[in-house]
Design a protein around this ligand. Sequence first.
Ligand SMILES: *Cc1c(COP(=O)(O)O)cnc(C)c1O
Length: 356
Amino acid sequence: MALNKIAVELTTAPKSKPDNGQLSFGKYFTDHMFILDYDAGKGWHDPRIVPYQPIPLDPAAKVFHYGQTVFEGMKAYKTPEGPVLLFRPYKNLQRLNRSNARLSIPHIDEGLVIEALKQLIQIDKDWIPDEQGTSLYIRPFVIATQATLGVQPSEQYMFMIILSPVGSYYAEGINPVNIYVESEYVRAVTGGVGNAKTGGNYAAGLKAQQEATEKGYSQVLWLDGIHRKYIEEVGSMNVFFKVGDKVITPALNGSILEGVTRDSVIRLLKHWKVDVEERTISIDELVDAYRNGQLQEAFGTGTAAVISPIGELNWQGDKLTLNGGKTGELSARVYDFMTGLQRGLIEDPFGWIEKL
Ligand SMILES: *Cc1c(COP(=O)(O)O)cnc(C)c1O
């Protein structure tokens, strides 16, 4: 079997597509998927696009027991003139391989994945919604499939890409969220897997998320696992604070996920000559800045929402209201630029947009 030639089997039973109004996040999947297998001694092999379908797995498959898995998340956008646009896809694939390395999963050829992604999207391009705010969410992922319970890296894996048309994150325009500063649970520690995009980080975060939801908050702000005072991330987004005329975001310390949106926002702010600092920032420094009237805006960054402004932070019962609970000027400016760029409505000064 050829290692790099992608075999294609088209569906004979295309599904009906949802209306734009029915789309939410990750509820519908397109007609096709990409699969690549790995066997020790043979390497990655048999790249193929097949009809979207369930996959048979042995109950002893290692992924079920020991969580040896990684994933990625990116989006494709349909432009009014036709071409489909991807945003910095190579960044995601480099991160996929960094996550792989951390989880003892073999490296995957990035060129092959890009080729597979382009072919898959081309085949399912009629699934890409085109209404303002909608997009095609792309979920590449790897699972350990070897059917043995020994605690060693798997000798067999499957890499897959599935596609999901997703609705606008903000049904009625960009809206601030209320955030609970988490002081009991932690998401990750330096030396662990916090900087890998792997399922276990999400499973570990569910409890805090659930308790925050019960208290009326939409996400938690994670503090570091050792000192329990340095800010890490917000939910599954990176986080930025506008303090005075500076923007501060936590430095990549090994437990924070290196977001593609984070990197893009830092570069955009520098392009705009805004002072950006990547450093440790404690919750105490943030509260002080708030009391002094210096904490003007805060927002999360990630592929799903792009920018998510923070309207309120609850720190041990104290409610810190940011910018009157409204979207700040800088948050809105960053959101408009990033989404305009991703949809091809704004000239790309960075070379980030990849046309299909
Ligand atoms: C995916 C992810 C992010 C955001 O990364 P993007 O590349 O910007 O989408 C941030 N934090 C965590 C924990 C994540 O899993």
